[in-house]
Design a protein around this ligand. Structure first.
Ligand SMILES: O=C(CN1CCCCC1)Nc1ccc2c(c1)OCO2
Length: 326
């Protein structure tokens, strides 16, 4: 069976990580997103006013591209961004592994967030295809298309703080983590890599929260979006912190010593170091937290803030998600 490895390069503030993907021989830099299941790209079908700075996929230049007549797609993300367009099939290669006849969704419209993010040429969804948005027939993700060719039906994420990391497909590279991998069973019925998270710790003090929302492992989200009462409890321990609506969340003096924050991945508490829980500067003395409220959306979203501190295994063979120290 095959294995494949690809670099994941951070944008400013580690807001997102981009990886090179070859589609019909054309290489675009895509955001690998375990929180969605559409593979869509900036394309020559977009208005040129919206493609400045982006690499666009040109189906007319691919000898292997096949149009999927009548199929369309339309996606919107939790941050309010979105895109839509039409569909075709092509050969899609990542790190030397090629999925043939992979559904490739061509954008004919993208929201302003994507127009202005010139490093991002589209998304590669790694969630489950029951949430793919192609109509009239949902399409498989790249991972689902290639899974049967892989040595093992899994992939791993090793994202780094202000440095390039890797995604690996088909194998677990033991040089990338230390100690044990701690797994939680995944409920994939909602389409996400979803698991229970019924406790947390702040500065080493553990709390159980039987009413806490389930969590998803989401490489496409920068931050850690936790239930509102948990975010409140965390920042109650940070002097001078406040939930500032103009900044869009909790801010505090950059001189603060942030407490460690433990998140439950099933029965395992992964402790995130407080020293790595600041996301960005708001100004020279005010900082924006990596932990933010999910506004009680009913889902906790464990994004890149977690992946930068823990090696992650997305195991479709056993429908489980695991983390290990690194
Ligand atoms: O939207 C995303 C991630 N998304 C991945 C694809 C690119 C655009 C950003 N995350 C997200 C998920 C839930 C949210 C949220 C953001 O803000 C409030 O709730």
């Amino acid at each position: 069976g095959e294995t494949a490895e690809v670099t994941a390069s951070p944008e400013a503030n580690d807001a997102e990580y981009l990886s090179p993907v070859s589609i019909g021989g054309q290489t675009l830099n895509l955001d690998f997103d375990t929180g969605s299941a559409d593979l869509w790209v900036f394309s020559t079908e977009l208005p040129t006013s919206e493609t400045s700075g982006h690499t666009t996929f040109d189906p007319s230049k691919s000898s292997t591209f096949k149009k999927y007549d009548g199929a369309t797609w339309k996606i919107s993300y939790g941050d309010g961004s979105g895109a839509s367009g039409d569909v075709g099939f092509d050969n899609v290669a990542i790190g030397g592994a090629t999925a043939t006849s992979q559904a490739v969704e061509l954008a004919t419209s993208v929201s302003s967030q994507f127009v202005s993010d010139q490093a991002n040429d589209g998304l590669l969804g790694l969630a489950f295809s029951n949430i793919n948005t192609v109509s009239p027939t949902k399409q498989k993700t790249w991972f689902e298309t290639i899974k049967s060719q892989l040595e093992n039906p899994l992939f791993t994420a090793d994202l780094e703080k202000d440095a390039s990391g890797t995604y690996d497909f088909g194998n677990i590279d033991s040089s990338k983590y230390t100690g044990d991998i701690h797994y939680a069973p995944v409920d994939k019925s909602g389409g996400f890599w979803e698991f229970n998270s019924k406790s947390y710790s702040i500065g080493g003090t553990k709390s159980s929260c039987t009413t806490c929302s389930p969590a998803i492992a989401d490489t496409g989200t920068s931050l850690l979006l936790v239930d509102d009462d948990v975010a409140k409890a965390y920042y109650a321990q940070v002097d001078g912190s406040k939930n500032d609506s103009t900044q869009g969340g909790y801010v505090y003096p950059c001189s603060s010593n942030l407490p460690d924050f433990g998140i439950a991945i099933g029965d395992y508490i992964a402790v995130l170091k407080g020293s790595d829980l600041t996301y960005a500067n708001v100004d020279s003395s005010t900082c924006f937290g990596g932990i933010q409220s999910n506004a009680n959306s009913g889902m906790q979203i464990f994004g890149d803030v977690m992946f930068k501190q823990y090696f992650a295994v997305f195991d479709a063979g056993n429908t489980q998600f695991g983390v290990a120290s690194k």
